[in-house]
Design a binder for this molecule. Structure first.
Ligand SMILES: Nc1ncnc2c1ncn2[C@@H]1O[C@H](COP(=O)(O)OP(=O)(O)O)[C@@H](O)[C@H]1O
Ligand SMILES: [Mg+2]
Length: 355
């Protein structure tokens, strides 16, 4: 029998999406084929301390009870039980996990890991940067403006005037680096814009203001490294006014159509654009690309890319692969293979650098 591959699941984390991360890690833990893989569970608490735990299946208070350690040389005592894994799987959503920070740490350690590297992760986290990359590759994006905190603090009145001239309501105001709809407001009347910007600036120093698109929301899963493939797209039909935090995690009244009920030509365009968006951001491994399909014009826009999308058994990313013929356990296996493949390819380049 060949030796089992040890997979270290890194989950929890410092972001607002801590709880979702634990749920995603549980699903991956349950679906790792034990004939081939041995999971190691590393729980990162909300303060960024690491703990080796028996599994992600324990309740949050149990996870937090184990002895904690800093993982940087200057951050306190090291882990009591050091571990060594063949590959690392960051199952962390949002800042300090999905944004290139942990990927940088893993690169420094020269270990294989699942998903996008530093660049793709950072680009995919920042809604302003990802739009610039999309535009450069001809991937359609919703008309938008970026507002920096310094200009907002200096002259909010002129920022608001500028925005009023550029857009008519509804507009969407969002922090550049967040997720799960945290800090996002749909502004229906210009008078509400100020409060929306103030809220968004609580989460980030950079804020995106966008034209509100009336139409349908679509999502498509992408998988691969150099030759990424797109799944069948899905449609999300939010029950509330938009797909906000309550709706995503608390209400559970959203309707999902898998696959989306759309003409074949539209489905094909979504898949092609999803792959273009993935490549534009320099992603690797996996990403979920989210779209708007405008009602009046039939225009397709990429809203955003998520490099570590929700990964529970009922999450869209694995669901779409399941619908496309790749069941959850095989999807996880494929992602691990892609992580090894990328690490080997990178090693070959390093071997070529002159000393
Ligand atoms: N420009 C827009 N037009 C219409 N709806 C939008 C727009 N931007 C965001 N939304 C709504 O808000 C939700 C969350 O916005 P999104 O940019 O995806 O942020 P997050 O990264 O938090 O998921 C979307 O799923 C959609 O329902
Ligand atoms: Mg989103």
């Amino acid at each position: 029998m060949t030796k089992k591959t040890t997979v270290a699941l890194l989950f929890g984390g410092r972001s607002a999406e801590h709880d979702i991360s634990v749920l995603s890690a549980r699903a991956i833990f349950r679906n790792l084929d034990r004939r081939k893989f041995r999971p190691i569970s590393i729980y990162i608490d909300r303060d960024g301390r690491w703990r080796r735990v028996a599994s992600p299946l324990f309740a949050a208070d149990k996870l937090a009870r184990r002895p904690a350690a800093g993982f940087l040389p200057w951050a306190g005592r090291p882990l009591a039980r050091p571990f060594q894994a063949d590959i690392y799987f960051p199952v962390l959503h949002g800042p300090y996990g999905e944004d290139g920070t942990i990927q940088g740490l893993l690169e420094m350690a020269d270990v294989p890991f699942v998903g996008a590297g530093v660049l793709g992760s950072a680009a995919g986290m920042d809604k302003a940067v990802m739009k610039i990359l999309f535009e450069a590759r001809g991937v359609p994006v919703v008309p938008y403006r970026v507002v920096h905190e310094t200009e907002w603090r200096k002259a909010p009145g002129s920022v608001l005037t500028r925005l009023r001239r550029a857009f008519s309501p509804p507009i969407f105001v969002k922090p550049a680096n967040m997720g799960s709809s945290v800090g996002i407001t749909k502004v229906r009347r210009s008078a509400e814009a100020r409060a929306a910007l103030e809220l968004a600036f609580r989460y980030d120093r950079k804020v995106i203001v966008e034209a509100g698109i009336r139409g349908r929301e679509l999502e498509c899963s992408v998988l691969g490294n150099d030759r990424p493939a797109a799944s069948l797209p899905a449609e999300i039909v939010p029950f509330r006014d938009f797909y906000d935090y309550e709706e995503k995690y608390l209400d559970g009244q959203t309707v999902f159509h898998i696959p989306a009920k759309l003409p074949a030509a539209v489905l094909a365009a979504v898949r092609k654009t999803a792959v273009a968006a993935f490549s534009a951001c320099g992603c690797e491994g996996l990403a979920r690309v989210d779209f708007f399909l405008e009602a009046t014009t039939g225009r397709l826009y990429v809203n955003e890319i998520n490099t570590i999308p929700g990964f529970t058994e009922i999450s869209m990313y694995p669901k779409l692969w399941e619908a496309s013929g790749l069941p959850f356990p095989r999807l996880v296996e494929r992602l691990i293979d892609l992580g090894f493949e990328r690490h080997r390819a990178k090693k070959r380049c390093v071997a070529r650098t002159p000393r």
